[in-house]
Ligand binder design. Structure first.
Ligand SMILES: NC(=O)c1ccc[n+]([C@@H]2O[C@H](COP(=O)([O-])OP(=O)(O)OC[C@H]3O[C@@H](n4cnc5c(N)ncnc54)[C@H](O)[C@@H]3O)[C@@H](O)[C@H]2O)c1
Ligand SMILES: [Zn+2]
Length: 403
C-alpha cells in the first residue's frame, strides 16, 4: 500500500521578518563570532545600494565583508564556478546571499562547496549533500521565490538548456532575514514574475497529492511530503495575501504595505512548497525556461492556469477555496463553479501584472512541445506530487493548450 502515515515540517533555522530589520544584521549573527563573511550578490543590487544596507552594519560591528557580485538571473554553471573559486580564496566564516532567488540559490551552492568540497554537480538531485553546511544567511530582495527558507537551489545547464536543482534539507539557511524595504527598488517586471512564482508555490502546495497518497515507500527519503496540514495553513495565507497585494506591489513600487504583504506571502509560500510540493507547473517550466529563456516566474505564471485546468477535476474543493482566498465572490455557487473561478482569478491577475499569456508569446514553436513534455515527464518526483497523475500525453496536451 503506497502512502505515508506521517508528515514532516522543515524550516530555515531562524526567520526574522520586519521592515528595516537589516540594520540589525550584526545583532542577528552576534553569537556566531564571525570575522569574515562572503556576500553573494549581483552588480545591480551592489550599484543601487541594497548590498550596502546589509554590509554596512556588519562592517560597523568589525566583521570583514568580501563581495562576490557576479550573480546573474537564473545562474549558469559558469557563474557558479566563478563564485566558488572566489569563495575558496576568501575562506569566510559565513556565506550571506543577498538578492532574488538567483543569488540566494548561488549562495547555497557556494556554502555547500565550501563545506563539503567536491563539485556542485555531485549534489544535484535529492539528499546528496552529505551533512550540515557552514553558516548561511539568505536575505531576499524579491517577493519572491521563498529560497530564503527552502531546501532547493536551482542552476541552469546552458548546454542542455535545462534547469537543474539541488534539493537537501541541509541547505535551508541557518538564518533568513526578510526585510520588505529591500524590495522597494525591485522593478515591476521582477516583482510580477517573482510574485506569480510565489502564487504558483502556494497553489501547487495546496493542491498536491495528499501525503497519505504519495506513492513513495514510507522508509524512502523524498524531497517533499505532499499536501499536509502545516504547509496547507501557510499556503492558504500566502494565496490570500498575494490576491490582496501583488497587483499593487507591481503597479506602485513604493507601496510599503503591499511590499510587506508580498514579502510575508513569499516566505510562507516557500515554507509551504518546500514541505508539501511543487509539481507539474514547475516540471514544465524547467525545459520551457531553459529553452525559451524566460524567467522562472514568467514561465510558471504562463503555465499555471493551464495546469490548474488539468488538475481541477481531482481538486474541486481545494480550487473552490483558492477562488475564495483570491477574493472571488463565490457565495451561492456550486463547488464546481466556485473552483472554476480560481482559474478566472489567476488569469485576471496574471493579465493585470503583464505575465506572458502563451508559449508563442515567448517565441516557442509547436514542434518544441513534445520535447518539453518528454523532459518534464522525466522529472518523476514532480509527477508523483501532482494532485492528478499525468501521462506524458497529458503534459503535451497542457502545453498545446498553453501554446
Ligand atoms: N531555491 C528555491 O527554492 C527557488 C524557488 C523558486 C525559484 N528559484 C530560482 O530563483 C530564480 C528567480 O529569482 P527571482 O524571481 O527572485 O529573480 P532574480 O533573482 O533572478 O532577479 C531578477 C532581477 O531582478 C533584480 N533585482 C532583484 N531584487 C531587486 C531589488 N530589490 N531592486 C532592484 N533589482 C532587483 C536582480 O538583480 C535581477 O537582475 C530562478 O533562478 C529560479 O530558478 C529558486
Ligand atoms: Zn518556483
Amino acid at each position: 500500500m503506497p502512502g505515508r502515515d506521517y508528515f514532516n515540517f522543515y524550516s530555515a533555522g531562524r526567520i526574522v521578518i520586519g521592515s528595516g530589520v537589516v540594520r540589525r544584521m550584526a545583532q542577528f549573527v552576534e553569537t556566531w563570532k564571525l570575522r569574515k563573511v562572503l556576500l553573494v550578490t549581483d552588480k545591480i543590487l551592489s550599484r543601487i545600494g541594497v548590498v550596502e544596507q546589509v554590509a554596512g552594519p556588519l562592517r560597523t560591528a568589525g566583521i570583514a565583508v568580501e563581495l562576490f557580485d557576479g550573480g546573474e538571473p537564473e545562474p549558469s554553471f559558469a557563474v557558479a564556478d566563478q563564485a566558488i573559486a572566489q569563495a575558496k580564496s576568501c575562506a569566510p566564516d559565513a556565506v550571506i546571499g543577498v538578492g532574488g532567488g538567483s543569488n540566494l540559490d548561488l549562495s547555497k551552492i557556494v556554502a555547500v562547496a565550501l563545506t563539503h568540497g567536491g563539485h556542485y554537480t555531485d549534489y544535484f538531485g535529492f539528499d546528496k549533500v552529505p551533512g550540515p553546511i557552514m553558516p548561511l544567511v539568505c536575505i531576499p530582495t524579491t517577493a519572491g521565490t521563498g529560497a530564503e527558507v527552502s531546501h532547493a537551489a536551482v542552476l541552469t545547464d546552458v548546454s542542455n538548456r535545462m534547469k537543474i536543482s539541488t534539493l537537501s534539507h541541509f541547505i535551508r539557511p541557518a538564518l533568513a532575514v526578510v526585510d520588505p524595504m529591500l524590495t522597494l527598488t525591485c522593478p515591476p517586471r521582477a516583482s510580477a514574475d517573482s510574485g506569480i512564482d510565489a502564487l504558483t508555490h502556494a497553489i501547487e502546495a495546496f493542491t498536491a497529492v495528499a501525503y497519505q497518497d504519495l506513492d513513495v515507500p514510507a522508509d524512502e527519503t523524498f524531497p517533499y511530503d505532499g499536501k499536509q496540514p502545516i504547509g496547507d495553513c501557510l499556503a492558504e495565507r500566502a494565496i490570500e495575501l498575494i490576491g490582496r497585494h501583488l497587483e499593487a506591489a507591481v503597479r506602485e513600487p513604493d507601496n510599503l504595505p503591499a511590499r510587506e504583504g508580498m514579502s510575508l506571502a513569499a516566505t510562507l509560500a516557500g515554507l509551504a512548497f518546500s514541505n508539501n510540493a511543487v509539481a507539474v507547473v514547475h516540471a514544465l517550466e524547467y525545459p520551457l525556461g531553459g529553452e525559451l529563456h524566460c524567467s522562472h516566474g514568467a514561465g510558471n505564471g504562463l503555465l499555471l492556469p493551464f495546469v490548474m485546468r488539468f488538475n481541477l477535476p481531482s481538486r474541486i474543493s481545494e480550487f473552490a477555496k483558492v477562488a475564495r482566498l483570491l477574493g472571488e465572490e463565490v457565495t451561492g455557487l456550486a463547488e464546481e463553479e466556485a473552483a472554476e473561478r480560481a482559474i478566472v482569478a489567476v488569469n485576471r491577475l496574471r493579465t493585470a501584472i503583464g505575465i506572458p499569456l502563451r508559449i508563442r508569446d515567448l517565441g516557442g514553436t509547436p514542434d518544441q512541445l513534445p520535447g518539453f513534455a518528454r523532459k518534464s515527464f522525466a522529472i518523476k518526483r514532480l509527477m508523483l506530487l501532482n494532485g492528478r497523475t499525468p501521462t506524458e500525453a497529458d503534459l503535451l496536451q497542457i502545453l498545446q493548450a498553453a501554446w
